[in-house]
Write a protein of this length. Structure first.
Length: 149
């Protein structure tokens, strides 16, 4: 983790808070009750995870779009096309019941990791990118999985 710049690492870890909070409120009924009472029902359990997960997949489409600007020629066209997939996935695949939507988000984040790797291999990302993305994706998938069991 030491080779990941501090700002992206800290901001990436902070971005995990809604996923972790959602998982914790699924595991602890008193915490869930406090969350509903204090924050509202949309900010606990699978509701926060699904809503925030769709937002983050869309955000990551923008990140990939930014990396695509570094590509040239045909690769640039491929990268721009690939960069919109996470946002489209979030839009079309999270409108089902919570279990299916959660599985689809897990698939979306797993697919995003593959896109991250492709952009990394094409030399479009910082050298530390995959270390950060693997860490964040592992936590996100683990937190989303709590809602399935």
């Amino acid at each position: 983790m030491r080779s990941i710049p501090q700002a992206p690492l800290l901001l990436g870890l902070a971005g995990l808070i809604p996923f972790v909070w959602g998982a914790l409120t699924l595991l602890s009924e008193p915490l869930a009750i406090w969350g509903v009472t204090t924050l509202g029902s949309r900010f606990v359990g699978p509701f926060i995870q699904l809503f925030y997960g769709a937002i983050i997949l869309s955000f990551m489409s923008g990140v990939l779009w930014g990396f695509a600007t570094k590509a040239k020629g045909r690769l640039a066209s491929v990268c721009y096309g690939l960069s919109i997939l996470p946002a489209l996935w979030a839009f079309f695949m999270t409108n089902y019941g919570p279990t299916t939507a959660m599985l689809n988000l897990i698939s979306g984040f797993s697919g995003l990791l593959l896109l991250d790797y492709a952009f990394f291999r094409w030399g479009l990302t910082p050298a530390w990118w995959m270390r950060l993305r693997f860490l964040l994706t592992a936590v996100v998938v683990a937190c989303l999985s709590v809602g399935l069991f």
